[in-house]
Structure formats: structure tokens, C-alpha cells
Design a protein around this ligand. Structure first.
Ligand code: 13P
Ligand code: SF4
Length: 305
């Protein structure tokens, strides 16, 4: 089947099945193009709770599809490739986190949404890159255990001085690998460009950025700003959305910033999911209940950028 026929079939089946297609900002361009909604982790979670569709086809990595399911226990959430997993989410497990909790009995646990549902189930509240500092500030305790992204934790710490934050040593391999030299080289070639980076980047990259945003934060800022050129310090396919929504502006991606797991979802796999209505996200009831609480608490805090 050629691409045109696949897209036509996807259109037919999405209507027939009353399905909505949600896609993260890092999805490949052709998946972004056919999605009903493209967004960051927080926006996609919010969208999943608002939809009236029977099926949510979630184009992103595992923890995002799981969060959509946990927030909508009655909906059928389909993840077109269950092998699309976030390696950072695998860097902390519930058992090890429980050991750390014993060492800090008065601490609240904030887990980044990039975690497994078992880790969420033993956490007090979740956050995304769009509301990390707001979530930590909302806690009425001094000690906070933050898992798993150390770089995001260090970034949050910059604006919060009255908490003791215990940081887990996890990282996003893609953002941690972004080199300040690569950005400085681009900046030398394009001196008028503003540097926008994601808070999963290392502190030395944060230090040379003009602004630090979640992926949707970058989309909103680029739209509102009078600046016409931007160096984008996050996964490179965010630039596809940025360019599509701002045709008159120029976005310089970091060519090495590619999340291979985000590229596993293809049009063919989406079509297959719409035909078979599989693979559905399935989680044990107990985990669904326990992981739902920290996610709900995060939703009550809302966006912070
Ligand atoms: P956003 O929530 O900013 O989209 O980030 C998700 C993510 O996985 C970043 O690597
Ligand atoms: Fe996970 Fe990093 Fe990929 Fe985001 S970019 S999904 S944090 S590996």
C-alpha cells in the first residue's frame, strides 16, 4: 500500500472506530501530520482526559500511553508499538525507590511523568517538564525525593531554595548528550538566533541558553516572540512542528538529538492498530488506582510555564 492509501484507510477507520490519534512533539513528521492533536507530555495527558472518543491511539513512548490509560481507566488506550519505551523511565524501579524512602521518612516523592506506573504508584505526586518547579513548590514539606531525571531536578533546584532535594542519578540519554559546543557552534553561525533548551539538558547547556522550556513551552514561545531564528536544544523533530506553525521563522535543530524510541511509531503501525484495535495498554487494577493519585495531583497543579 502506498502512503496515500495508508492515510486514506487511517481516516476511514478512525471515524468508524470513534478513535482519536494523539502524538507527542517528537513523533516523525508524517505521524504528526495525521494526528488529531500534537503536544507535550502534560498536554497529551490533559487531552486524553477530555476526549469523548472510545479509543485513544497514543503515538509516543510507553509511559505516556500508560499515563493516558491511568487517567482514563474506562477508555481503551492503544499504543501502536509497545517496544517504543523511554530508557530514562527504566532507570528507577519501585523497590529501589522504596529503599530510598526509608532513608528519608519525612520526604515527599515527586516522580517525573517519565517513570513506570509501578514507580508512580509509590510516589506522592508526578510532574512534567512543564510544571516541575510548580509541583515541588506546592509541597508543604522540606525534603523532596525527585526521580529519575537528575538534570531536571538540578534545574528545578535553581528556582527553589527552601527545599532539600534528593536527586536520583537518572538521565535522558538524548538530552544528556547535547553538547554545549554544538550549540555554541550554531550560535556563531547564526548570532541572531535565540537558544531554547529542554530542562533534561546538562547544567552547562542550561547555562548558555536564553530560555529553558518543555517542548510545548518552546512552541508557545516561538509563536509569541518577535525573534525570527531559534536554536532548538531538544529532540530534532520538534522543529518540524515549529516550522509548520511558523513558516516565516527559522529553526536550527541539533542533528544528533534523535530519540530512536519516538521514531518507532509509523503510519503502517497506526493503521494496523486501527484495524485490530490492539495492542491495548493493560495495567493491574491495584497499580492503576495507586498511580492515578499522583497523576491526578499533578493535574490539579496544572501548567507552570
Ligand atoms: P515534554 O513533556 O517537554 O514533551 O518532554 C517529554 C520528553 O520525553 C522529553 O524528552
Ligand atoms: Fe525518554 Fe529522552 Fe526519548 Fe524523552 S527524549 S522519550 S526522556 S529517551
Amino acid at each position: 500500500m502506498d502512503k496515500k492509501d495508508i492515510i486514506k484507510k487511517i481516516e476511514e477507520l478512525r471515524i468508524k472506530n470513534n478513535a482519536i490519534i494523539l502524538a507527542h512533539n517528537y513523533q516523525i513528521p508524517e505521524v504528526q501530520d495525521i494526528a488529531d492533536f500534537v503536544g507535550d507530555s502534560l498536554d497529551l495527558s490533559i487531552k486524553a482526559t477530555k476526549t469523548k472518543s472510545d479509543y485513544v491511539i497514543f503515538c509516543g513512548v510507553d509511559f505516556m500511553a500508560e499515563s493516558a490509560k491511568i487517567l482514563n481507566p474506562k477508555k481503551k488506550v492503544i499504543h501502536p508499538d509497545i517496544k517504543a519505551k523511554c530508557p530514562m523511565a527504566a532507570m528507577v524501579d519501585a523497590e529501589s525507590l522504596n529503599y530510598l524512602k526509608k532513608d528519608h521518612p519525612n520526604a515527599k516523592v515527586v516522580s517525573y511523568i517519565n517513570t513506570t506506573s509501578s514507580v508512580k504508584a509509590v510516589s506522592d505526586i508526578c510532574c512534567t517538564s512543564a510544571n516541575g518547579a510548580k509541583v515541588v513548590k506546592s509541597l508543604r514539606v522540606k525534603d523532596v525525593i525527585f526521580v529519575p531525571d537528575r538534570n531536571l531536578g538540578l534545574y528545578i533546584q535553581r528556582s527553589i531554595k527552601d527545599k532539600n532535594m534528593v536527586l536520583w542519578p537518572g538521565i535522558c540519554p538524548i538530552h544528556h548528550n547535547i553538547k554545549k559546543e554544538e550549540i555554541l557552534e550554531l550560535k556563531e553561525k547564526h548570532p541572531k538566533a535565540e537558544v531554547l533548551v529542554h530542562p533534561e539538558c546538562q547544567p552547562e547547556v542550561i547555562d548558555i541558553a536564553d530560555y529553558v522550556f518543555s517542548t510545548n513551552g518552546m512552541v508557545d514561545y516561538a509563536r509569541e516572540s518577535d525573534v525570527e531564528e531559534f536554536i532548538i536544544g531538544t529532540e530534532k523533530d520538534l522543529c518540524y512542528r515549529l516550522k509548520k506553525e511558523n513558516p516565516g521563522k527559522t529553526f536550527y535543530p541539533l542533528k544528533s538529538a534523535v530519540c530512536p524510541n519516538m521514531k518507532k511509531i509509523t503510519l503502517e503501525k497506526i493503521l494496523n492498530s486501527l484495524k485490530t484495535l490492539e495492542p491495548k495498554v493493560k495495567l493491574p487494577d491495584e497499580i492503576m488506582k495507586k498511580a492515578g493519585l499522583p497523576l491526578q495531583r499533578m493535574m490539579e497543579v496544572g501548567r507552570g510555564d
